[in-house]
Design a protein around this ligand. Structure first.
Ligand SMILES: [Zn+2]
Length: 408
């Protein structure tokens, strides 16, 4: 796995989260990226409509390619638009009826409990009892995964706070201090590319997850274990283009996160040598690297990919290009619903927290099925089998473009 590729892998860790702000108040990302032409709900449940150049282009392409009469195309366009509007209205209603605890509190409590479990983990690692020591490793590995996968994802979307300043603070804290990556590069890759251009070839086609020179078994089962080592190295390589302030901040924050864990292992847990402390850090940080890489490729690669010049409407793009995994008690908690069993909901409404994605899931799935739109689901093992047996096709060769001409 080379540095650039791994960078994107890690980027995906943090790839999560500022669309919240982006769609809030004008449909424009803080960084100026438009997320959708369909009406969106801001975090406060307000409407937000914004036209999208890509989708306008789709309309023009549809006309140029004789996709029915102009009136027919316009009618179909209006239908798609109204579908997203109608669904948004239904979801907006659920959001408005939800308390702060449901909107943010539950996810904040899960993250807080991960932090609160850390003192116990450091103390358990002092133990000379084998089982207690292993329990310490387990607690620290789970806490680290919750913080660096669920936490960085929600923080990158700005879902942890309704204040923009706090949102930026949490993004730096989770992505840089805890996740050992650069907040700016992480947010850019996740928000500006992955979410804005989901399954659009050359933009958000998940190709950065491909490492074609690695044999499938190495890619699927060994390479992910190196993610904790590669992450900070890739962060350094991503600093080009950052301001001096951002560079200094990232280096300091990443160092702070790594050194503080090392220091606590030596001084609190009583590790006798630097090597043993570093090995413990690697084991804890790599504990969920395999499912992390798997989940990121399972939910997009192998599904329809679209041309940048013939983008489908957002509701079609997301329903065809995103897949949900079933509920899984371990991954639901550690990765968050938006990355596991509510990935479709997350791509349609990326500003919702994990718990709110779960709450709107019945509304979204019922609506999509009623409207005969795809609601794609598959099991973890089924996807693993597919990627193992079709590794060349899915992870080595370029994906084919899907044209949703008939339904534009
Ligand atoms: Zn996301």
């Amino acid at each position: 796995m080379d540095g650039a590729v791994a960078g994107k892998l890690i980027t995906e860790i943090s790839r999560g989260a500022r669309e919240v702000f982006l769609q809030h108040g004008g449909g424009t990302h803080r960084s100026g990226v438009r997320m959708s032409s369909a009406p969106e709900i801001g975090r406060d449940g307000q409407w937000d409509r914004s036209p999208d150049a890509g989708e306008k282009e789709t309309r023009l392409q549809g006309k140029r390619h004789g996709n029915g009469t102009v009136e027919g195309v316009q009618k179909a366009e209006e239908d798609r638009e109204s579908l997203m509007m109608e669904l948004t209205r239904l979801v907006q209603k659920v959001v408005k009826e939800s308390s702060w605890w449901e909107r943010q509190g539950i996810d904040c409590a899960i993250l807080a409990s991960a932090f609160l479990s850390l003192p116990a983990a450091f103390l358990l690692l002092r133990s000379s009892e084998f089982l207690l020591f292993v329990l310490g490793i387990l607690v620290m590995g789970i806490a680290h995964a919750i913080i660096t996968i669920k936490g960085t994802h929600l923080a990158s979307h700005g879902s942890l706070s309704e204040s923009q300043a706090w949102g930026e603070f949490w993004a730096v804290f989770f992505i840089e201090v805890c996740g050992s990556f650069t907040a700016r590069a992480g947010v850019t890759a996740h928000i500006k590319m992955h979410h804005a251009h989901t399954n659009i070839l050359g933009l958000g086609d998940s190709s950065t997850w491909r490492v074609p020179f690695l044999p499938r078994s190495v890619y699927l089962f060994l390479a992910p274990l190196t993610v904790p080592i590669i992450t900070p190295l890739v962060a350094l390589s991503q600093l080009k283009g950052h301001t001096v302030f951002q560079k200094v901040r990232t280096v300091l924050m990443v160092s702070l996160g790594l050194y503080s864990q090392y220091w606590l292992l030596i001084h609190v847990s009583g590790f006798q040598s630097p090597a043993s402390a570093l090995l413990c850090m690697l084991i804890c940080r790599a504990m969920f690297s395999l499912p992390y890489i798997h989940v990121n490729i399972f939910q997009h690669i192998g599904l329809p990919m679209f041309s940048p010049t013939r983008r489908p409407k957002r509701i079609l793009q997301m329903t065809h290009g995103v897949l949900n995994l079933p509920r899984n008690p371990v991954l639901d908690w550690i990765f968050g619903h938006s990355l596991i069993n509510c990935h479709v909901e997350h791509h349609l409404f990326p500003f919702l927290s994990d718990n709110m994605c779960l709450k709107v899931k019945p509304v979204v799935s019922k609506y999509l099925r009623e409207k005969k739109l795809p609601y794609q689901e598959d099991s973890y093992l089924s996807r693993l089998r597919l990627f193992f047996h079709k590794y060349q096709e899915l992870m080595v060769f370029a994906p084919a473009i899907t044209e949703l001409v008939g339904v534009q």
